[in-house]
Design a protein around this ligand. Sequence first.
Ligand code: CP
Length: 294
Amino acid sequence: ERSLLGLKELSRNEIESILDRAAYWESHSDKMVPVLNSKFVANMFFENSTRTRFSFEMAEKRLGAQVLNFTAAASSVEKGESIYDTVRTLESMGIDAGVIRLKPAGVLQELAPHVSVPLINAGDGNNEHPTQALLDLYTMRKQFGSLQGLNVSIIGDILHSRVARSDLWALQKFGANVRFCAPESMQAPELAEHASYVSIDEAMNADVVMMLRVQLERHATGMLKSNDEYRAQYGLTRERAAKLAKHTLIMHPAPVNRNVEIDDEIVECPQSAIFNQMSNGVPVRMSVLERAMK
Ligand code: CP
């Protein structure tokens, strides 16, 4: 039984075995398999989600688990109950694992030692989003065969991005070269020693260009330029996309702000892996759930 709180602490071998098992699940001919038949999994989302929540639920149901969905807005959290008491409540009812998304960073690390069931981080503040990064690595590995020496540009709202952090920690373990590109107001100073910031023109010269969502809900007022200005300076516009090398893969964790960080017509262009990333999220999460409970 194993939790997955982040990728920073996970070894390359452990990440590789999760990805290998995901490949097994992707190629599996049966849509449902009774691997987690007698297990109860609680999806505890204290922050909104579409992809992560539903792909975990797909993964849980494909493995035959019983699924309990907890949404903060419809719970006693609205009466002031704490995250800790909520998780302990579900644990005391007999869940076998919890998938958890939290707004603040740091709370999950405090919580985990007090909970006896495996916890899977579905995104905590701007700290980590390990299953997103695993599906990103899976998508890149599938496309390029190997991550060694791969040039990956992560562009946009690095400051608020748990995806950028999890991808950075994981990709570096595999010998990929990660570079960031962001306006000054969206740079994360504590990451500067781990990856360099380059201009948008330099960032476009890469095997993977990963665009990040401008997280409007996390920005203080005045931090953000206008959408048009941001698009012109940092967006993957039609003009920039036309100049990419033919092999360059376009990625984005989504949800996408169309015509802000990426032009509408680029989201589903032939070089874009954005919806493939979402498909890959299901076998990757099957692998993570199996690891947690087998
Ligand atoms: N990529 C991602 O985490 O999307 P959701 O917030 O919709 O889960």
